[in-house]
Design a binder for this molecule. Structure first.
Ligand code: F0G
Length: 479
């Protein structure tokens, strides 16, 4: 049963999608071990590397053109056609219809944003914002969580667990609560999560463990917990999560009339999105549904810039699967020796050891992608620009706009390129950062966020304090 069955009469559709073409496969070129999709794994049991969900596309039932997916818009009484993820079921065919858990996720908006384009130095009509904060739990995570919960049901999981900087825990909590069959536990770093997100996890009734450590510590622990207690792991290490997140790219293509943009710009934290986006385009290209791939730009916060350092300073790349693992290990060794911790007010991406690093390197290779980093000051300024256009976003999301501006200034992105910035989370996730930016003086800001390098608020919309007096209020309005 899905949430839909409780609000609308069930409607059966005859079309069943072929799922016997799906398998799990290790990404390591020298391993490539394969496993059934009904196995519960979050790493290759042979070599410990990441797993992909892969399909034998030659036996898949794919539409002839992407445009054919538009027919689903007229079938919205069907919960799978209503979902912005499962509308594209043919492109993630690992689960049978009856097994799918959906809460109506992925009905998000692509907005042409000319004011933001001006801010970023891009020509009018060329910059678009993909608002993933419009998902039921307020972030892009729902795209992945519908797929992971579906897989959890397929394998008969009775409990779920995740580590989180906040949004994953909110999404896990929401699916767990709406579906009602898979109770969940979430691990969050104590004091490391924005209030809106903590509020969701508490309100939706999951067990919340506030661990005295940061996200990287929680991520290590949660793997041990999943192994020891045999609880289903909902983090993006789980390859089924990433299958769902591919749908964000399908919707962007749809929003652009099925034309491929020049750039997709996305914040980078644990690097699940960038990995999923690269896979989405690579697969569409492989089956002939698109003729070229867009370039990915993955944007780190300057205080959590592992990807940037690995790609730009260490020059480590995917190299067709022969990634230099010894150099990655030595990089992390030095990071630990220096006791370097991630620090950014964009708490969603305050991550030092991105679990999907290798898949992201692969996506960068597939798409001719680039990496960039932006300061917290640049993030907050870009966030204010997004907010001023309506809808808004949380700090981490604005890294995509700040990164676009920087890549544009550096001449990497050209002013006439067509660009989509993915806004990963809703503005209300972290009201504290927003209110601080708009209300605090430079000095107050420096004392609140000085450690993150924030000194001013060039785009602040300052509230005006006024006495409870009609004349004074009128004067304030006229001023
Ligand atoms: N933006 C937001 C709003 C996020 O919550 C996250 C990740 C990211 C960007 C980074 O995405 O990991 O795919 O590179 N949040 C995770 C969490 C880590 O626990 O909620 P990524």
């Amino acid at each position: 049963m899905t949430w839909f069955d409780t609000v609308r009469p069930a409607r059966k559709r005859a079309i069943a999608i072929r799922t016997d073409i799906a398998r799990q496969e290790c990404i390591r070129a020298s391993c490539r071990a394969q496993f059934d999709v009904r196995e519960t794994l979050f790493e290759c049991p042979k070599c410990g590397d990441l797993l992909d969900v892969r399909y034998d596309w030659s036996r898949a039932e794919l539409p002839k053109r992407l445009k054919d997916f538009e027919a689903k818009w007229s079938e919205q009484a069907d919960p799978l056609a209503f979902s912005g993820v499962w509308r594209f079921h043919e492109l993630l065919p690992f689960a049978a219809r009856a097994e799918i858990i959906t809460v109506g996720e992925g009905r998000t908006i692509l907005q042409r944003a000319d004011k933001v384009a001006r801010f970023a130095g891009v020509a009018t009509g060329r910059l678009f914002l993909q608002y993933e904060g419009m998902n039921p739990s307020g972030s892009f995570k729902d795209n992945g969580m519908t797929a992971a919960f579906t897989h959890a049901r397929m394998v008969g999981a009775t409990r779920a667990v995740c580590a989180s900087t906040g949004n994953t825990s909110a999404a896990v909590a929401l699916y767990s609560a709406v579906d009602g069959r898979i109770p969940a536990v979430v691990l969050v770093g104590s004091g490391k999560i924005a209030y809106g997100k903590l509020a969701q996890a508490l309100d939706y009734g999951v067990r919340v463990l506030q661990v005295q450590g940061d996200f990287d510590a929680c991520m290590e622990r949660v793997k041990e917990v999943a192994r020891t207690l045999k609880i289903y792991l909902m983090n993006s290490l789980n390859p089924f999560r990433l299958e769902g997140q591919k749908a964000i790219m399908y919707r962007i293509l749809e929003g652009l009339g099925w034309e491929v943009p020049d750039w997709v710009v996305v914040p980078g934290g644990n690097l699940g999105n960038s990995s999923a986006f690269g896979k989405a385009f690579q697969e569409l290209h492989e089956v002939g549904l698109i003729s070229r791939l867009p370039r990915l730009a993955v944007i780190n916060a300057a205080g959590a810039d592992t990807l940037c350092r690995i790609v730009r300073e260490e020059q480590i790349a995917w190299h067709g699967g022969r990634v230099d693992e010894a150099r990655i290990a030595s990089f992390y060794g030095r990071m630990d020796a220096e006791n370097r911790r991630a620090r950014t007010l964009a708490s969603a991406i305050e991550i030092n050891r991105p679990v999907n690093l290798k898949k992201c390197l692969r996506a960068l290779e597939w798409t001719g992608g680039v990496v960039e980093k932006v300061t917290d000051q640049e993030i907050l300024d870009a966030k204010a620009q997004v907010g001023a256009g309506g809808f808004g976003c949380e700090p981490a999301s604005a890294a995509s706009v700040a990164g676009t501006r920087k890549l544009r200034a550096a001449g990497v992105i050209s002013p006439t390129d067509r660009i989509v910035c993915v806004l990963t989370g809703h503005a209300l996730k972290d009201p504290h950062a927003t209110v601080a930016y708009h209300t605090l003086t430079g000095e107050q800001l420096a004392s609140e966020y000085g450690a993150c390098g924030v000194r001013g608020a060039a785009y602040a919309n300052r509230p005006v304090a006024v006495e409870d007096d009609l004349e004074k209020i009128v004067a304030a309005i006229r001023a």
